[in-house]
Structures are given as C-alpha cells and as structure tokens.
Design a protein around this ligand. Structure first.
Ligand code: UDX
Length: 446
C-alpha cells in the first residue's frame, strides 16, 4: 500500500508539493480552508501561473480521464486526520503588517486544527518558512493536543523551490534538508524522498533549529548577493563603469559564481524581502541582532534601487512626470510567474503614477493580480499598446517576450525613443541601432 500523505495549504508551495507527491507514487489529499481554491484544484485548474503545474496536477487529480486518481482535495481537517500517515504543512508566513516579524497565524491555525484529529501515530512535517525555535514549540503543541500524544511527531523539512521552476525544483531538488527528533521520522522522510535521493539529491539530516535556519540563511545569502551587485551598480554609475561586465568578470571566479549577480531594480516576491526582515526580527528576540545588522543594509540597498529607477526615468523625461506618459513592461516580481507580491516593477510604476506621470503597464501573466493590487494604474493588453505615445519605456521584469520585441516596430508607436532597462536583460546595441536612447542601471550612458 502506498503511503498516505496530506498536504495542508495549496498555494505555490502546497499545490506543487501535493502534485509532486502524487507523481512520486503516493496517495495524496490536499487541504485548503478556502473552498474556491479546492473547487478549482478538483477541476484540474491551478489558482496561479506556474509552468508545468497544471499538466502535473491533471496527471493525478481524481476524476480526470487517464489520471492516476492518486490526488484528491478537501477542506476538512477531520478527513485529513483520518486519511494521512504523514502531513505536510505548507501554509504561508507573510510579513506582519507594519512589522518585520512574520505572521505565524496560518501555521498556528493549521497545527491546532489538525492536532485534535491525530488519534494514531502520525508524522507532521513543517515546510513553511518560520522563525527559528518554532518547530520545537509546535512539537510540544502537537504532543499536548493530539489524542495520539507523543506518537504525533514533528519534522521540519524546508522547501527551496523557486517560482517559475517550482515543479522541477520539487521533483529534482538540489538538496533535501530534514530536521528530525527521531529515527522513525528520518526513516519515513527517507522513504518519501527515495526517488530524488536515488537520482542524486543529497539528503541532509539535522536538528529542528538548524533545519529552520538553513532556509533563512539560504535566502539571506541570495538577497545579499543581489544587493552586493546592486551596490556595485551604484558605484559603477558614479564612476562610469559597467556593472554587467563587472558581474561577468567576477563570476568567472568559481568561489563567487555567475548566478544571482544580475544588477537591476532588485529583488521582490513573497520570500526574500520578508524572510530577511523576519530573520532580523527573530535574531533580535534571541539577543543576536548584531549578527544580522548587515541584512538591514541589504534591504535598504534593495529598496533604493526602486527609487533610483524612478529618478533616472524622471531625468530622462525632462525633470518632471507631469504631462508625461510612461510605459512599464512587466508587473510580476520575476518572469514566468503571475506573482506581484512586493514587485519592484509595480512599486516603480506606482511611484511614477503618484508623482503625476501617466503610467501604462503590460505584463504577459500578471495583469489580473496587478489590476487588483494597483487599480488606479493604466493597463494595456500588449507591449505595443502599452508603449503607444510613451515618453519613456521601462523594462522592469525580464520576460522572454520583451527580449524578443522589435525596437523598430515599437519605435513607430512611441513619442520619444527612450528605453530604461531595469533588469539589464535587453541588448543595448539592438535598441541603439533602432534609434533609441538606451539607459540601464549601473551602466555607462552612451
Ligand atoms: C526565492 C529563492 O530563490 C528560493 O530558493 C526560495 O525557496 C524562495 O525564495 P523566488 O522568490 O521564487 O525564490 O525567486 P528568485 O528566483 O530567488 O528571485 C527573487 C528576486 O530576486 C526576483 O525579484 C528576481 O528578479 C531578483 N533577482 C534574482 C535579481 O534581481 N537578480 C538576480 O541576479 C537574481
């Protein structure tokens, strides 16, 4: 009999994890407290844009012709408790409003809703990104609230998936990290991850606090790398240097590496910004705040990029946005996603709008989410439509579609051929040859 697994929370992380577990051969029950999400998933529809996820889901969701039927969905914790031998908790831990700390209420609620239904041995596996120390506390809560007592065990198994690559990152992780308190928990997790481990994914076993810290340390390192290159971009601009060449040259050193050295408007999304802030808040509670003061700088370098992009654009259009039209290409925080959480592109668009500019945004997948979050901005259904009459065009999310645009065709539609590349992802020569003034963050003017 295949192991029975429940996945609690069906957002980016949970929906992908549930489908991946079914792909690995397990019987899976996905749970969410939002009935509309569950209805969509039952119909084989994914509530967000994630390449390859819908196909994976339809291969397994019960009721689809030709599906394995191994994946079902529910809103009932009672059903989840009765079904699962292993329960993965994949709920969100967003930043608290007006504070650095993360909001643990979804995690708390998942654990306290599930625990009363655990009346036989079960392993609960936390995947959400949480402040260090949470796992030990949640393990005590489980033992106290589950009828099975200490037979309801906890493990912590952080997730490192990237949006846009979620399916591949889940099925072929570059490492599997597990924080456990017993051999039984380790053995169960080894059984679950046997396929990726067999394909070469390292399986790293540790205690709860280290497992929780691995996730925040990894994201802090990535954020630091991006802010480092963006700091170099600031210096390059002051000294007339070229940050793209600089990144390429330092990246040849294997100790530094080429990845995550793309200078631009900086990082956004539902993870990096809130994770470094929550990490600082937690370190403060632990009396270790000095260790992480550099993250405050990482955060402020990142936020400065957005303001700088606005300033460059304002200078480019003659010192004021009043009476000017600005086209913004990109709304999501990164390409191949429809996620607009803490998106640098929308933040820049919003600032220009507030300063009196007439902004028109286009994004291949993020339009619906952008419209919901920033209803007062202008929107267009294509890049060509967005740039019509523009005094400046901003490239703020590096979708492939934008790299394939023909500058000559766009040039016919704009008022002035000015492009500002906030992602250093367009080919400057191509645009300049078509008569555009090309400006980018951290690169020389001409
Ligand atoms: C991140 C981590 O990469 C992932 O391991 C973790 O599980 C969740 O957080 P994600 O938020 O999907 O994943 O995006 P990521 O690809 O890391 O990019 C984050 C942001 O950094 C994006 O806004 C991206 O545009 C920006 N970025 C990335 C840069 O500005 N420069 C770079 O060189 C790389």
């Amino acid at each position: 009999m295949a192991l029975k697994i429940t996945v609690i929370g069906t957002g980016y992380l949970g929906a992908t994890h549930a489908a991946a577990m079914a792909e690995l051969g397990f019987e899976v029950l996905g749970l969410d407290v939002v009935p509309e999400k569950i209805e969509m998933l039952r119909r084989g529809e994914v509530p967000m844009y994630e390449p390859g996820l819908e196909e994976l889901l339809r291969r397994h969701v019960a009721g689809f012709e030709g599906s394995t039927g191994r994946l079902r969905f529910t809103t009932s914790y009672e059903e989840a408790g009765a079904f699962g031998e292993v329960h993965f908790v994949c709920v969100n831990t967003p930043q608290k409003h007006g504070e650095y700390a993360c909001d643990m209420s979804y995690v708390e609620s998942a654990f306290s809703s599930l625990a009363p239904h655990l009346d036989r041995p079960a392993l609960v596996v936390g995947k959400s990104t949480v402040p260090v120390g949470s796992a030990a506390r949640l393990a005590r809560l489980l033992a106290a609230q589950a009828p099975a007592g200490e037979a309801a065990e906890l493990a912590w198994n952080p997730e490192f998936l990237r949006e846009g690559f979620a399916v591949d990152d889940t099925l072929h992780p570059d490492r599997i990290v597990v924080g456990v308190a017993s051999e039984r928990a380790e053995a169960l997790l080894r059984e679950i991850y046997a396929t990726p481990v067999g394909e070469g994914s390292p399986f790293v076993v540790m205690d709860y606090p280290t497992a929780e810290l691995v996730k925040t340390a990894a994201n802090s390192f990535l954020a630091t790398k991006i802010s480092f290159i963006n700091a170099m971009a600031e210096v390059c601009e002051a000294a007339d240097g070229d940050v793209v060449k600089l990144a390429e040259a330092i990246g040849h050193d294997e100790r530094i590496g080429k990845k995550f050295l793309r200078a631009g408007v900086g990082f956004g999304g539902g993870c990096l910004p809130k994770d470094i802030r929550a990490f600082m808040a937690r370190a403060g509670e632990l009396g270790a705040d000095q260790a992480l003061t550099f993250l405050r700088e990482v955060d402020s370098i990142n936020m400065r990029r957005r303001g700088h992009m606005v300033e460059l654009t304002r200078d480019a259009v003659g010192g004021t946005f009043l009476g000017k039209r600005v086209a913004v290409l990109g709304a999501t925080f990164k390409p191949d996603s429809d996620d607009v959480r803490d998106s640098p592109a929308l933040n820049v668009a919003g600032q220009i709008h507030l300063q009196g500019g007439q902004v028109t945004v286009y994004d291949p997948k993020g339009m619906a989410n952008a419209r919901r979050l920033f209803p007062t901005l202008g929107y267009a259904d294509s890049a060509l439509e967005a740039v019509r009459g523009a005094d400046a065009v901003l490239h703020l999310t590096e979708w492939r579609e934008f790299r394939e645009l023909d500058p000559a065709v766009l040039g016919e539609a704009v008022t002035a051929r000015r492009i500002l590349d906030g992602r250093n992802a367009l080919d400057p020569e191509l645009w300049r040859k078509a008569g555009w003034t090309y400006r980018a963050l951290g690169r020389p003017k001409a």
